[in-house]
Design a binder for this molecule. Structure first.
Ligand SMILES: [Zn+2]
Ligand SMILES: [Zn+2]
Length: 120
């Protein structure tokens, strides 16, 4: 799956404490990914250190089908190095279990402002 790395450091974490804890609580990784225990970027083997904010890359065909939901922000587990590459396009494991960054749909713990509604 291809995602775009966003500057998630500007966003205060939800009540889970950090975005990595949020992913551990609300993400649904596959068994294989859970065993892997490393950064979700396919070519990276560094340990998981941070929760990174990403957006799914939306293909034109998907947009035509009305898949506006893909403008949503998600959290994936990344190493510090990959998380620091803001604006980069990352290929992540399909089984990495993206956690929605919309807290009202996941952990339900409020944040200041809602980062996921920008642009709408
Ligand atoms: Zn949370
Ligand atoms: Zn990495």
């Amino acid at each position: 799956m291809v995602v775009k790395n966003l500057n998630g450091h500007a966003i205060p974490p939800c009540g889970c404490g950090s975005w990595l804890s949020h992913w551990r609580r609300c993400g649904k990784p596959s068994e294989a990914f859970s065993r892997r225990q490393s950064c979700s970027v396919v070519v990276c083997n560094n340990p998981i250190e941070q929760g990174g904010m990403v957006q799914k890359e939306v293909l034109e065909g998907m947009r035509a089908l009305g898949m506006v939901g893909d403008a949503s922000w998600y959290v994936v587990p990344l190493c510090r190095e990959c998380n620091g590459r803001w604006g980069a396009t990352l290929t992540v494991e399909d089984g990495c279990g993206l956690a929605s960054a919309r807290v009202e749909e996941t952990c339900g713990v409020g944040v200041m402002g809602d980062p996921t509604t920008q642009g709408t």
